[in-house]
Design a protein around this ligand. Structure first.
Ligand SMILES: [Ca+2]
Length: 68
């Protein structure tokens, strides 16, 4: 049983492209360093992503405008 579980968990680990990168992102998100990304920390990340996303598209629209 233990051996089977170990093999399965190892397979799951390998299927992640870069577990260390995920850990790093999680640590960056964990603003109060309690090793958990709580809802507030998650919302901060989503807000930051939306701002970055918005800035990107505003920039793309400006470039398109200049081309015409
Ligand atoms: Ca936290």
């Amino acid at each position: 049983m233990t051996g089977t579980f170990h093999q399965n968990s190892r397979k799951e680990g390998d299927s992640q492209k870069d577990p260390q990168l995920v850990d790093k992102v999680m640590q960056d998100l964990d603003a109060n360093k309690d090793n958990e990304v709580d809802f507030n920390e998650f919302v901060v990340m989503v807000a930051a992503l939306m701002v970055a996303y918005n800035d990107y598209f505003v920039e793309q629209l400006k470039k398109k405008g200049k081309q015409k």
